[in-house]
Design a protein around this ligand. Sequence first.
Ligand code: PMP
Length: 286
Amino acid sequence: MSRQVYINGTLRPEEQAVVSVFDHGLLYGDGVFEGIRVYNGNVFLLSEHIERLYESARAIRLEIPLAPSDMEDAVRQTVAANDLTDGYVRLVVTRGAGTLGLDLRRTSDPQIIIIADTITMYPQEMYDNGLKLVTASTIRNHPAALSPRVKSLNYLNNILAKAEGSDAGSEEALMLNHRGEVAECTGDNIFIVKKGIIRTPPPEAGILEGITRAAVMKLARDADLTVLETPLERHDIFTADECFLTGTAAEVIAVVELDGRVIGTGKPGPVTRKLLTAFRSLTQGP
Ligand code: PMP
């Protein structure tokens, strides 16, 4: 069955959901997006995703021609139209069509696109045994170039970093920031556990402030675990007891090796497993 794609207020069969070749989203990667999960027919942490989308848009001077509450309704409507109980929503807002040239005043009509689809996750084996990471030579964007906190349509440096991971046989790759500190992975945030304390890089480290990251930090604190946002070096990962990633697609997944060096016992650790269980029950609702 053809997917029903929401585009500017209308649901259309995917073949008819098209944008202009003059759209600056295509020409320059000028736009913002979100990836959101659907569990049991519920759109998970929708308002958090919508808030981040509007913040990303504001940061790039893009005015979304729809109120946030209407955007939430549009997402739910698209999920319902596709009979999706478990899946993934891709919400995109582009700058819209304009002249060839960077001037954003010569664009009009931002395009709002919502795709509801199924999701392919990491194989179960990786949840059981953990991921192996390599450090990419491609760094996160310098905050003075494009804030890494903006979830923009410009993902090229992450794409190139991910390719470095794939070349090395890893599903994910670690990205450092311009100071050489640990930032995050290409599509996931990173945490370590050392002597029972959970640490993750702060926003100033050049990360995307993951919605899953925030949810997992809250779950950990609710379970009386200490969570600190502190700068991390690769050294901290090599010497950690546990390491794990969080992300909309990944949920919570252990990392057991970085650059060929075993982390902790080399198996998913107890804190990681506890947080994965807590996170999965959160996704299933009250
Ligand atoms: N970092 C980057 C660069 C991402 O693209 C993502 C989302 N795929 C994440 C972290 C995780 O964020 P979230 O938990 O909101 O999916």
